[in-house]
Design a protein around this ligand. Structure first.
Ligand code: FES
Length: 142
């Protein structure tokens, strides 16, 4: 399966690349098998993601999925961001080859781990959806 034009666009012109110095939440996840690493920075104001940046040291699909994930969560409320799934990211990219689905899992996990970090730093009560969040090691084997 070839990559969609949307994947190629986000790979060649990734959105929101970089770092937020005074981020409210930072998430870093990695895939032990391929060695790729994704870092996500969130700025949160009044329960809204006002800014997001990412740095991904990894494959093209990992770059494209992190870029799309940032586009999908920017300006959204935390509640909305919590409903983000890797499937939604893949759909927004017009699909990914099956062997690359795990790259999109990394993007969902990076966003969620940045939110977990935000709640830890702010001392606020973590929503149930995040209390149950744990990195899905199985997804990393595909
Ligand atoms: Fe590692 Fe894509 S091959 S995240």
């Amino acid at each position: 399966m070839a990559y969609s034009d949307t994947v190629m666009d986000h790979f060649e012109n990734p959105r929101n690349v970089g770092k937020i110095e005074d981020a409210d939440g930072i998430g870093e996840v990695g895939n032990a098998r391929c060695g790729d690493i994704m870092k996500m920075y969130l700025k949160i104001d009044n329960d809204v993601v006002t800014d997001v940046k990412f740095n991904t040291f990894g494959c093209g699909a990992a770059i494209a999925t992190s870029s799309m994930a940032t586009e999908l969560i920017k300006g959204k409320t935390i509640e909305e961001v919590l409903t983000l799934t890797n499937k939604a990211v893949v759909e927004a990219l017009d699909g990914l080859p099956p062997v690359k689905i795990h790259c999109s899992v990394l993007a969902e996990e990076a966003v969620k781990s940045a939110l977990v970090d935000y709640y830890k730093r702010s001392g606020r009560q973590m929503p149930k959806a995040l209390q149950d969040f744990k990195i899905d090691e199985d997804a990393h084997d595909s």
